[in-house]
Design a protein around this ligand. Structure first.
Ligand SMILES: [Zn+2]
Length: 242
């Protein structure tokens, strides 16, 4: 998840821009908390400017793929009129409060994102080092399978020898036009590896997740604990350090 172990959690290694953009991602996550969503948020930066933001929409849409990253990517595609080239994903840097899951890590690879910076690790589903290292291995030929990271961590074995890629699988061979609101058609051929670093404002990201789960996820099939009234969102109160 980090280029080196020493980089995790050491904000001195982050630039003021890094911190600024992650704070913006945290605001997206805080918004998600207020909407009853798992509080993960992101922003996409191109040419030093935030061009899109996203927050989890899985509960609202009852669509498990509507992660913050996908929401932001779809916003960029819409801005570009569905034209993948105009979207210039290869010039985009994603800042996301939680390590991208394997699904999102694969999408970022297929879209050829330039870089990813994330907050806290995702020990159950992380695709940028925690479970798989899609940012290093890329998405192969996207023939429907992605390979686990070579010599990956102990938990990787739970994923089996190969992990189904949950994106549409037509890319690279037969898909034709592009879509303005879907990743389908936005990807072509093999994915790319991309640099990924984690640990930026991780404590703030975790605090938001703890607030959500402390109240109980109202959409969980079997809540682990009684569902309580959810506290109101507190935008920009994530005790962010400068
Ligand atoms: Zn995801």
């Amino acid at each position: 998840m980090c280029d080196t172990e020493n980089e995790c959690g050491q904000e001195s290694l982050w630039t003021p821009d890094d911190i600024h953009f992650m704070q913006a991602a945290l605001q997206q996550a805080s918004k998600a908390l207020g909407e009853g969503e798992v509080p993960v948020g992101c922003v996409v930066v191109r040419d030093g400017v935030i061009v899109a933001g996203g927050s989890n929409k899985t509960n609202e849409t009852r669509n498990g793929t509507r992660h913050a990253e996908f929401v932001a990517v779809d916003a960029i595609l819409q801005q570009a009129g569905g034209n993948t080239a105009a979207a210039r994903f290869s010039e985009c840097h994603l800042y996301v409060t939680c390590e991208p899951c394997i699904m999102c890590a694969g999408a970022l690879s297929l879209l050829h994102f330039a870089a990813v910076t994330f907050g806290c690790p995702n020990p159950k589903f992380g695709g940028n080092g925690s479970i798989l290292s899609v940012h290093e291995t890329a998405c192969g030929s996207c023939s429907g399978r992605i390979r686990p990271a070579a010599a990956s961590g102990a938990d990787a074995g739970q994923q089996g020898a190969e992990v189904p890629l949950p994106l549409q699988q037509q890319q690279g061979d037969s898909d034709g036009g592009s879509s303005s609101d879907s990743l389908e058609g936005a990807v072509r051929g093999a994915g790319s590896a991309y640099p990924s670093r984690g640990g930026l404002l991780a404590a703030e990201a975790v605090a938001l997740l703890q607030r959500f789960y402390a109240a109980g996820n109202p959409n969980a099939p079997v809540p682990h604990r009684p569902v309580q009234a959810r506290p109101a969102a507190a935008p920009q109160t994530c005790a962010m350090q400068r």
